[in-house]
Design a protein around this ligand. Sequence first.
Ligand SMILES: Cc1cc2nc3c(=O)[nH]c(=O)nc-3n(C[C@H](O)[C@H](O)[C@H](O)COP(=O)(O)O)c2cc1C
Length: 392
Amino acid sequence: MSMQRAFSSRLLHSTSFKNVFIKTATYEGMYDDGLPNDKLMKHHVDLAKGNVALTTISYGAVSADGRTFKTQMYINEESIVKLAEIANKVHEAGGKVSIQLTHCGYFSKNSQVKRPLAPSRVFNEYGFMSGIVFSKAMTKEDMQKTSNDFANAALRLKNAGFDAVEVHMGHGYLLSQFLSPWTNKRKDEYGGSIENRARFPLEVLKNVRNTVGADFPILVKLNLNDGFKNGFSLEECKYVSLELEKNGCSALVLSGGFTSKTPFYLMRGAVPLKGMIKNGTSLAEKTTMALFGPLIIKKYPFTPNFFLEQAKEIRKITKMPLVYLGGVDSKEGIEEIMNEGFDFIAIGRPLIHDPNFLVKLANQEIQKSGCNRCNECVVEMDRGGVRCVLDD
Ligand SMILES: Cc1cc2nc3c(=O)[nH]c(=O)nc-3n(C[C@H](O)[C@H](O)[C@H](O)COP(=O)(O)O)c2cc1C
C-alpha cells in the first residue's frame, strides 16, 4: 500500500508532482567555463525518464561571490539560457526541475574573492590552503545585497520555466553559517540566540517568497544538526522549522552536517581519501590531505534511512510538507518513510548509481539499490562529472 502511495501524485501549491520522489542535489561538475553543458542536461533528462518527479540541479550560486570555485556556475543572463533549455527538456521527458540556490559564505577557494562573506570573521578551514584564510563579517548592506541575489536568482529561474527552487540553508554554506553558533559570533540582532541567528536566513526566505509570488514552490534544505558539539542542534532545528513554515517555505528537506568539519555526516559510508588527495588543487593541499585527511575527515558508518530518528522529531511538530533525505535505498526503506508520514522522499546516490532505480523498483525488477556507498562518486564530480564507478 505505501509503495502505491509513493508512486501516486501530490501537490505543492498548485504544482502537481507525479510521485513523491525527488532527486536531491548532488554536485554534478558538468560545466564548461562556468556554464552548464549538454552533459548536465542529459544527466537530468535521464533522471526525469527514470520516473523522478522533481530533479534538482545542484549548487546554483546566486552571485559571483557565492561560488566556492571560480569556475562554478552562477545564475546570470548567460547561464540562464542553457538552464532554460534543460528545464524544457526535463519537461519533455515527463519530469519537473528545481535548482539549489546557494551562497558558499566563507567556504571559498575562489582566488578572485580575497575576503569571502560570512556572518563573522572566521578562519577558512575549507580554503585556507588556497590562500583565502579569513572571512569578512557581513555588513547590513552585504546582507541586503545577498538577500536580493537569492530573490533575483529565484525569479530568473521561475521565468525560465523552473518548477521550484531549493534555498540551501544546510551543510555549512552561508545561511547555515548564520544558523550555526560555531560560525556566527555576531553581537548584533543577527547573532547570539537562535531567534537572532535565524533572522537573516528567514529574511532571505521572505524576500524570495515576496519576489516569486505565493504559488511558486520554494523548498528549503536545513540541517537537523551540524554533527558536532557546539554546532546547530536538533532543538534549534525545531524552532527554525516552525519559523520557516510561517514565512513561506513550501516543503522542508531535512539533512545534516557541515562541509568543512563533518562532510561525511551527510553521506555516510566510505571516505574516498585517495581520490580526494589526487583532486587537491595545490601541492600543499594534497600533502595536507595525505597527512591529516584520516584525522580530519571523520567516517560515519552507513545505515539505511540514517536521519530518520531525528527527522521524526520534526515530523511530530509540523504539518508542513517534509522531504525525507538520507540513506533511502530500497523498497523496504521507502515503505518505512511513507509509514512515518513524510510527504516526499529525496534520493541521491542510488540515482547516481542508476537513474532507472525507481522504474526498476516499481516493476519489482529489484528490491534494493546496488550502490555500496564507496562514495567514489564524490571524487568523480571533479573529474569530468559525477558518476558511479562500480561498473568500470
Ligand atoms: C557526489 C555527491 C555530491 C553532493 N553534492 C551536494 C550538493 O551539491 N548540495 C547538497 O546539498 N548536497 C550534496 N550532496 C549530499 C546529498 O544531497 C545527500 O544529502 C546525500 O548524498 C545523502 O543522500 P543519499 O543517501 O540518498 O545519497 C552530495 C552527495 C554526493 C554523494
